[in-house]
Each structure stands twice: as structure tokens, then as C-alpha cells.
Design a protein around this ligand. Sequence first.
Ligand SMILES: [Zn+2]
Length: 199
Amino acid sequence: MDTVDGKNLENKKNDKMDKEKSKPERMCICCRRKGKKSEFFRISEQNGKYIFDREMKVQARGFYVCKTNECVERLSKNRKYKIEIEQLVKMLEQIKFEKKSIIDILKPMKNSEYFVFGIDETIDGVKKGKVKLLIIPRDIRAKYIEEFEKLKENFNFDIIFVEKKEELIRLFSRDVNVVGIFNKKVIKGILSKVEVMNG
Ligand SMILES: [Zn+2]
């Protein structure tokens, strides 16, 4: 019996490890924020230089940085990793491109009934297991963003960041801090398009 139990325990442990392995966490070297690979740019070393590894396919040592103007700017001042200006410009252009794209993806469905608006409604939806995708502007109060990142420890949902709250306000023609989406099909559609644009 002991061995069986021991084995079960071992299997459970392996399951847990597999789950953790399938969801590898990356960390921004500028602000130390952790998250999924798709939330970061990869920079890798090639011939002694650091280059923007857009496709994340370069087989070399690399590191990650948030897809934000702030962190790319901080990277430009980093003394340890000297990165050429043209590589930094490429990253800034990519941020612009992706920012435009998520708004473009949402535009045709802006009147759909699958959105919830506002902090409390979204948190409530996440806790009930309904809301599975959040669109969060980076310029809302930091405590809200922290709250959502904390929620991620206990609930399963994805986050897409946009730079400014203003973009969501313009799109939905209403005052909105955060948007939650709860239809599985709609979410799948949005995420697949986001993945396409992220390469
Ligand atoms: Zn960062």
C-alpha cells in the first residue's frame, strides 16, 4: 500500500510539475514583472550583440522585456545590455503596431453583449468563472492592475494590455477602466488573432 500511495503522490507531483512546465513564466529584466511569453519581447545575443528577437526563435541566450514604451526606454539606459538604437526602434514600432491591432480586432464586436465594463463587474465575472479575458489599459491606477495580477493566482483568465484608457473610451463610447469578455468563442477568436500578430 505504501508504495502505491507513494507512487500516487509522485504522480501528482509530476502532474503539478508538468502544469508548471507548460506555463513557463518569463520576467522583464527592467521592471521584474512576470508573465506569459506573449507579453514580452525577447532579446537575444548574436555575435556579441543584443538583437530584438521578434520571432523568439533565435537559439541563443536571451532575456525578456515588457512590451511597453517605459520598459524599452529603461532598457535603452541599461548598462549591462547595450542595445543598438535601431533594435530599440524596432521594438517601439512593434508596440505601436500591436496597440493598434487589438483595438482593430475589438472594433467590429464593440456592440456585442459579451463584454462587461468596469473594475467591480470584471472582478465579479472573473470570480464567477465567467470572464476569461481582460483588456486592461496600462494607465489605470496601479492598485487595480495589481489586483488583477493577484486574481490571476487563483483564477484562470488571460490579459491583453493596451497602452491608454482613452483608446477603450473612444472605442466603446463610454467611461471604462477595464473590459472583461466572457464568451468562449469570442475570446478564442480574439486570442488567435492576437497570436497571429505576435508571430
Ligand atoms: Zn517591464
